[in-house]
Write a protein that binds this ligand. Structure first.
Ligand SMILES: *Cc1c(COP(=O)(O)O)cnc(C)c1O
Length: 500
């Protein structure tokens, strides 16, 4: 199995190279040159397996330069039972009326990013060895809130790596910020950027493409890598839980063998929902993919009309991990939907850079619309959904998940489609305790201390506080640096020069 660039099909690198490098030098994203088919019989066999075995089976065909033992070692360590509260990394909770929630937030940082960022730090050092990099990795991350913490936690103390996280200064929740600023480990750095997530992501991408700084970093014995979902090593582990959820639904009798399901995914950078698309491509019985956005509804418009237009107001919302106007992984969907037309994809991305917009039409748009449904909702509807789910089903969810639950409900009402639908639940409600509490008890929103909200949310609902959140309050703040958009390069050089 080799990997191409979405902007140049002639690129041909191994999985190890794609994972170590993160992004192509031409600015394109690595995609596998084929998608291994998984037969219905093979999927059925996975019903009896645990998460780790399922993960090894789904990922192995993409990692042909890794030995079976290496893959087993990675999944065994990454998805160890004691890392996920309750022991199961991806439990499915079924409610009434054919809707289930796939809870991906029981890991060490309480968001679904752990599913990939517990295993990427195991793939990456192996990849560096395999390509004889002879250098340590300097991992640059732009985060809309959850990736940063999950990457810091995953790479903390991993030999041969150091990691620098940029987050938008006023663009993450109080608890997300606290999680990052208290991060332990000698090989980690955290810097706030004066700007929004897109500014941070653009800054990181331009550093990756900057030959001059790459050479300076190489002189310090380092090579850049990425822990954002532009890295194939992030996307691949996410394919697994779609298969896993389907197997669990069959095993529990919620769906029949072979029956199709819908997945409804709260979406920002289009990584999570793209993994669902790839799972379907491999043979998972999926009817439709429902893409849920908050007020930053650039994807809703694109998937409905074919017009991508980032020239719009940026809204900071209560679901900050989806406050994104440039969805990187859409590029991979376009590559696939055009049958691998690298020239078309390069053209659209050049238009996006130059004018902030491009238009996809004809057959490609028809195919997109046939598979994807897209919807969005604002903060008020998000809060109403949190309350509705809690009141009617006693199910407590975070604002990102609530956006998806809302769009899921709208989809079912609008289309009458009764296909069993799995809403992907992406974060613990406690990560966003002030807003979740505010949704449940309108009018008495507490100001200030987010830990007070955590305690009150727990008192009101009785839901257990995840131990990583409970432990946060007592941890000392380690990072307070703030930089401008144009100072990110300086921060990178500083991190590269630091002794670890
Ligand atoms: C990152 C994130 C999302 C969006 O996922 P993408 O892969 O960027 O589409 C949704 N919800 C939460 C809680 C997240 O952290």
């Amino acid at each position: 199995m080799n990997y191409q660039s979405t902007r140049n099909r002639r690129v041909n690198v191994s999985a190890a190279q794609a994972i170590a490098q993160g992004i192509c030098t031409d600015g394109g994203l690595f995609v596998p040159d084929s998608f291994p088919a998984v037969s219905q019989a093979q999927i059925s066999k996975m019903e009896k397996l645990g998460y780790r075995e399922r993960a090894a089976r789904i990922m192995a065909p993409y990692l042909t330069d890794f030995s079976a033992d290496e893959i087993t070692g990675c999944v065994t360590a990454a998805y160890a039972e004691d890392k996920f509260s309750g022991g199961n990394p991806a439990p499915v909770v079924s409610l009434k009326n054919g809707v289930s929630f796939l809870e991906l937030w029981h890991g060490p940082t309480c968001a679904f990013k752990d599913m990939a960022l517990q295993i990427l730090p195991r793939f990456l050092p192996l990849s560096l060895q395999k390509i004889h990099a002879g250098k340590d990795a300097l991992i640059l991350v732009a985060t809309s809130g959850d990736t940063g913490k999950a990457a810091l936690e995953g790479f903390r103390g991993v030999t041969g790596t150091r990691i620098l996280v940029f987050y938008p200064q006023n663009g993450v929740s109080a608890l997300q910020e606290r999680q990052m600023r208290t991060q332990e480990g000698a090989n980690v750095s955290v810097v706030a950027v004066r700007g929004n997530f897109d500014d941070a992501q653009t800054g990181v991408k331009s550093i990756f493409g900057d030959e001059h700084i790459r050479r300076q970093v190489a002189d310090a014995g380092l090579m850049f890598s990425s822990a954002n979902s532009i890295n194939w090593g992030r996307l691949l582990p996410q394919i697994v839980y779609y298969f896993s959820a389907w197997c669990d639904l069959v095993a529990s009798g919620k769906i029949k063998p072979g029956e199709k399901v819908n997945f409804c995914v709260p979406t920002g950078n289009f990584g999570d929902i793209l993994a669902a698309y790839y799972a379907r491509k491999m043979g998972l019985p999926v009817h439709r993919l429902i893409c849920a956005s908050n007020a930053n509804d650039v994807l809703t418009e694109f998937l409905t009309t074919g017009v991508y237009d980032r020239n719009r107001t940026f809204y900071p919302t209560i679901s900050p991990s989806m406050d994104i106007l440039v969805s990187s992984n859409l590029e991979r969907l376009l590559f696939d939907m055009t049958g691998g037309d690298d020239r078309k994809v390069s053209g659209w991305m050049a238009q996006l850079r130059a004018s902030g917009t491009y238009r996809v039409g004809g057959e490609v748009l028809r195919r997109i619309r046939e598979l994807f449904y897209a919807g969005s909702c604002g903060d008020a509807a998000t809060k109403a959904e949190i309350r509705r789910l809690y009141d009617s089903e006693h199910y407590l969810c975070d604002p990102h998940t609530a956006v998806a639950a809302h769009v899921c409900r709208k989809y079912r009402e609008e289309t009458g489609d009764t296909t069993h639908t799995v809403v992907v639940s992406t974060a613990s409600p406690y990560k966003f305790a002030p807003d979740v509490l505010g949704a449940l008890t309108p009018g008495e929103e507490p100001e200030g201390d987010p830990f007070e909200s955590v305690r009150r949310l727990s008192a009101v609902t009785g839901a257990p506080v995840p131990s990583p959140i409970a432990a946060l309050e007592a941890k000392p703040i380690r990072f307070s640096e703030v930089c401008g958009k144009d100072q990110m390069k300086g921060a990178v050089l500083e991190a590269a020069g630091r002794k670890v």
